[in-house]
Ligand binder design. Structure first.
Ligand SMILES: [Zn+2]
Length: 380
């Protein structure tokens, strides 16, 4: 898997670090990260010019040394090197040594972790699904309290402009449908007071205007850009709008992924397919009464917390890692539970970063790290 790609003499474009972060966070918004996480820029300055980026699942001192050696002044990793506050910088821990090396050699460290786990499209689980030729269906455990509803009144002749601006900012996506909204006509009333500069009407004169009310939903992390787009396109100096938090679940944001094979396969076929597709030396799995495997749940990294959810969703198999002994019993022989190893489940994550960056910046060099960071060895 340690392949060096996307690095030829033609790839000499340098980028401001902020542009790189923005490209990644358009796919995996930083506000989707879990509370315990530390995704984002850990070392460096967003105004730095980046010549090339080294991509790695983990950030360790060896990875930072590899970056220095290859002339990369940015390491993009899935796992953040720092999760909580550091008090001493004396070289006693690998975390501290990696940070010191990075600062000393002007290498920026950036991580995109649970925010990349949580997105359906181009996320960690999507990558596993594509390797297994599984068709993604929806998130296994959707994140709650992520949706907002915006209602805004707008003079009829400006309705299309405001609606288009709001859609363009990303609002109105429901499942596989975009530009979803609802509007109806009515009459708005107002009386401008001293100091007002009304679009229509005059100070101290009551106005009644033909307006439309437009409603749309969007995830909370788009709030700033949707509101900015609305204010920019709306003709009124005081825009009448409401923003309401919804309890509806968003099926494209959350933990784990439910997928399906085009054709069911037998249990032995599935096990062999999993080993080959993920290039596994070995893996652990439970006994299961399932003869055929069709519906499969995936959660890259530590996903034991979703075993019961995958069972509830009647999945024939669940692929994850870091399952403890007693948790294997929770599969109840009713679902094939496969623990393929944490590193192994996420080792292809780096190619997501490469795909995002090469698509947006075709002449920018990204290099897959050769350093094998897996701390777990298998004795054969
Ligand atoms: Zn992980």
């Amino acid at each position: 898997m340690q392949i060096c790609v996307n690095f030829t003499e033609k790839l000499t474009m340098s980028l401001e670090l902020a542009e790189i972060m923005q490209a990644i966070e358009e796919v995996a918004p930083i506000s989707l990260q879990e509370n315990y996480d530390n995704s984002g820029l850990i070392v460096g300055n967003s105004k730095m010019q980046i010549s090339s980026a080294l991509l790695s699942l983990d950030c360790t001192p060896e990875v930072v040394l590899e970056a220095i050696d290859k002339g990369c002044n940015l390491v993009i990793s899935h796992h953040p090197i720092v999760f909580s506050g550091l008090k001493r910088f004396n070289g006693n821990t690998y975390v501290d040594r990696a940070i010191q090396l990075a600062i000393k050699h002007d290498v920026a460290l950036y991580a995109c972790h649970t925010n990349l786990d949580s997105v359906l499209h181009q996320g960690v689980n999507h990558k596993i699904a594509s390797r297994l030729a599984l068709i993604p269906q929806r998130v296994l455990s959707p994140q709650k309290n992520t949706l907002l509803k915006l209602s805004v009144t707008v003079p009829t002749e400006y309705k299309m402009a405001v609606e288009n601006a709001i859609f363009k900012a990303g609002a109105g996506q429901i499942g596989n449908y975009k530009d979803c909204g609802f509007s109806w006509s009515g009459v708005g009333s107002y009386t401008p007071q001293t100091g007002a500069n009304p679009f229509e009407g005059s100070v101290d004169e009551p106005s009644r205007v033909e307006e439309q009310k437009f409603e749309v939903v969007f995830p909370f992390y788009l709030k700033r850009q949707v509101l900015d787009a609305m204010f920019y396109a709306h003709p009124y100096e005081e825009v009448a709008y409401e923003l309401v938090a919804l309890e509806n679940e968003v099926l494209s944001v959350g933990s784990g992924l439910i997928c399906q094979f085009r054709e069911p396969m037998s249990q032995p076929e599935f096990l062999a397919h999993l080993k080959k597709s993920m290039d596994l030396e070995t893996f652990k799995y439970t006994r299961s009464d399932k003869i055929t495997i069709h519906r499969v749940a995936i959660c890259g990294g530590s996903g034991a917390f979703l075993i019961s959810k995958a069972k509830q969703e009647k999945c024939d198999a669940y692929i994850t890692s870091d399952v403890k002994y007693h948790e294997y019993f929770d599969a109840e022989n009713d679902m094939l539970l496969c623990d393929i190893g944490h590193f192994e489940s996420e080792k292809y994550t780096v190619s997501i970063f490469a795909e995002i960056l090469s698509k947006k910046f075709p002449n920018f060099a990204t290099i897959f790290a050769h350093t094998n960071t897996n701390p777990v060895q298998y004795y054969k």
